[in-house]
Design a protein around this ligand. Structure first.
Ligand code: GLN
Length: 303
């Protein structure tokens, strides 16, 4: 299989695509990003890298960061984490508050915003936000084997200024006694984790530890890797998770910056980025490119 040629062909198709979706403008700083960009990178279990397009352009990883905070929280707390956050798909938008009211402030899963706030709150407990963000950056840099990964302060500030809905989620959960820290501290840490910038090559490398491949860095036990991949499969694209499983058939996590990180167990890890989003807040071309890649390579967890 000539992965280099496959990736180049997908890049050419995406460069010519007309329907590119719409950038997220509810975070003003993300609304300024040029929609005409597309990048993709694959790192195989053998450690070969294939890339195309804007694969070296940094972008805001946003909700993809939730995978890394979950890995840290699982590593630190183990299975007791599931007392604070569920493992069911929500079937609702990533920022919905609806189920929190009827489900006593316990979020459905760690990838919707409410659940990600709980995860961040868990690793923040007893630490200053700065220390927790330092630990997160160390984890991401180690997983990507690249120290040139940073937080974009302008993006964090932009979300600080407009993040009323996330603050509502945090305060709602706090009113049910579900937060360990002041809502402002948890939200501030969350806004900064979402503002981490990476390029596709870095992100594909950072996902290697989730492939379980022998050559990949061993940052978590096999059982914890399975937990994270299962959640990426069922909840990684919010109310579009069923569609992603149907079209792509691989565990993936999207972010409103237009990035998607995908795990091909034992074989490879992939990152794709195109800033235009579909109606559910997942990268329009990123999803299409992953569909093409899965179809051409035959990669799927469904046989
Ligand atoms: N920071 C974004 C938010 O909380 C992340 C959402 C996303 O990427 N889906 O709204």
């Amino acid at each position: 299989m000539d992965l280099g040629a496959i990736v180049a062909e997908i890049g050419a198709e995406m460069a010519a695509a007309e329907d590119r979706g719409r950038v997220a403008d509810y975070i003003p700083e993300l609304g300024r990003v040029d929609c005409n960009q597309f990048g993709m990178a694959i790192v195989t279990a053998e450690g070969e890298t294939h890339q195309t397009g804007d694969a070296l352009t940094p972008f805001s990883i946003q909700s993809v960061s939730k995978v890394f905070t979950l890995a840290i929280a699982l590593g630190r707390l183990g299975e007791s984490l599931w007392r604070r956050v569920g493992v069911e798909p929500s079937g609702l938008a990533f920022n919905s508050i609806l189920q929190l009211e009827t489900e006593s402030g316990i979020p459905r899963n760690p990838f919707i915003n409410a659940g990600a706030l709980i995860v961040t709150d868990s690793i923040l407990a007893g630490h200053a936000p700065r220390e927790t963000l330092g630990e997160l950056l160390r984890f991401v840099r180690m997983s990507a084997n690249d120290d040139d990964i940073h937080i974009n302060e302008n993006v964090a500030k932009s979300e600080e200024e407009t993040g009323h809905l996330n603050r509502s989620l945090a305060h709602f959960m706090a009113s049910h006694g579900r937060l360990l820290n002041a809502p402002e501290l948890t939200c501030g840490t969350y806004f900064h984790q979402c503002a981490i910038e990476m390029n596709c090559v870095q992100l594909a490398n950072a996902a290697r530890f989730l492939t379980g491949a022998k050559s990949a860095p061993r940052l978590l036990s096999r059982q914890k890797i399975r937990r994270i991949n299962a959640l990426m499969m069922t909840c990684g694209h919010y109310d579009g998770s069923g569609e992603f499983a149907f079209r792509v058939g691989l565990p993936g996590k999207s972010g409103v910056g237009g990035g998607i990180m995908v795990v091909v167990p034992n074989k490879a890890s992939v990152a794709v980025w195109s800033p235009g989003l579909n109606a559910r807040g997942n990268s329009q071309l990123g999803t299409l490119a992953m569909e093409r890649l899965a179809r051409t390579t035959g990669w799927s967890i469904f046989g």
